[in-house]
Ligand binder design. Structure first.
Ligand SMILES: C[S@@+](CC[C@H](N)C(=O)[O-])C[C@H]1O[C@@H](n2cnc3c(N)ncnc32)[C@H](O)[C@@H]1O
Length: 281
């Protein structure tokens, strides 16, 4: 498969500008495999012609389908167990001490893919008796993946990736070959179609922000911008959870690493940091 260099570069630029996704020439093989179905759907005779078209003046629909096809949606229930354990054992109890007994607990799942991450949180909070207090907002850039999330329907393979038989029995109803999440869990999750590169203004303020396994696809400038945006919607002393291999950038001033946890950070707004530094001086 031989793409024109100029078209490939234009495609990479388009992806970076619209979704933040960074692709380089060594990933050209992904372009062929992931865009072939989209090019066929849109009536192109081959994927090279579709990539040439994307470099010209593509329709919004073609751009949206391209971003969705190029994004990686890999996820699973209770992925990288550690943050869930840490939330249950100490991070949540600490957060709850700072709230009145009935105040809602607000959680954001950025780049939630097909919903396994927010549903894992809902299951855990249900088991802790906290579900009635919880509001989870979950968003992704991909409408088709959000449709799957909103359906709350998973295959046997998907539920068996990360869930015990006890959890499956407690939180899902078997319907044909599939498993459907219980309405009490689904009712706590509000799914939205959003681009993490946008300002996220009006989305609200959250005690806990999950943003896992998406920053790895972005360059440093984009990561810096996203961390700034997330700091604006995280409560002071709120918790930011990144993927276990993801780190903050030095330019970030708002989040500080939590002492015992890889990928766990506490929001310390400038005023708090400033007075802590002044006290220790
Ligand atoms: C690898 S999945 C991670 C899912 C989940 N957070 C986890 O860790 O299991 C990455 C998700 O990020 C989404 N994504 C990529 N670029 C995005 C953007 N600019 N805004 C919002 N979501 C984005 C993709 O559609 C995909 O579903």
């Amino acid at each position: 498969m031989a793409f024109r260099d100029a078209s490939l570069e234009a495609l990479f630029r388009l992806l970076r500008q619209t979704s933040g996704l960074i692709l380089t020439a060594d990933k050209a093989y992904l372009v062929e495999s992931r865009l072939k179905p989209v090019s066929a759907l849109l009536g192109f005779t081959d994927v090279e012609r579709f990539v040439d078209y994307l470099a010209l003046a593509p329709s919004a629909n073609a751009v949206q389908l391209t971003v969705e096809a190029m994004a990686t949606h890999e996820t699973s229930f209770f992925r990288d167990q550690v943050p869930f354990d840490r939330l249950r054992t100490d991070l949540l109890p600490t957060l709850l001490k700072q709230k009145t007994a009935t105040a809602p607990l607000r959680i954001l799942c950025a780049a939630c893919s097909s919903g396994q991450e927010p549903l894992s949180l809902a299951m855990m909070l249900d088991e802790m008796g906290l579900l009635p207090r919880v509001q989870i907002t979950a968003f992704d850039i991909s409408e088709p993946i959000l449709e799957k999330a909103r359906s709350g329907t998973y295959s046997a393979f998907q539920v068996n990736r990360g869930l015990t038989p006890e959890r499956i029995a407690r939180h899902f109803t078997k319907t044909g070959d599939n498993f459907v999440a219980q309405p009490r869990l689904m009712q706590t999750i509000f799914y939205r179609s959003l681009n993490i590169l946008s300002s996220l203004s009006g989305i609200g303020n959250f005690d806990i922000v999950f943003c896992r396994n998406v920053l790895i696809y972005f360059d440093d400038a984009t990561k810096t911008q996203i961390l700034k945006t997330l700091s604006h919607c995280t409560e002071p002393n709120g918790v930011l959870i990144l993927g276990s291999s993801e780190t903050l950038l030095r330019e970030n001033r708002a989040f500080v690493p939590e002492k015992n946890g890889r990928g766990i950070f506490i929001h310390q707004p400038a005023a708090v940091l400033h007075s802590a530094r002044a006290a220790s001086a």
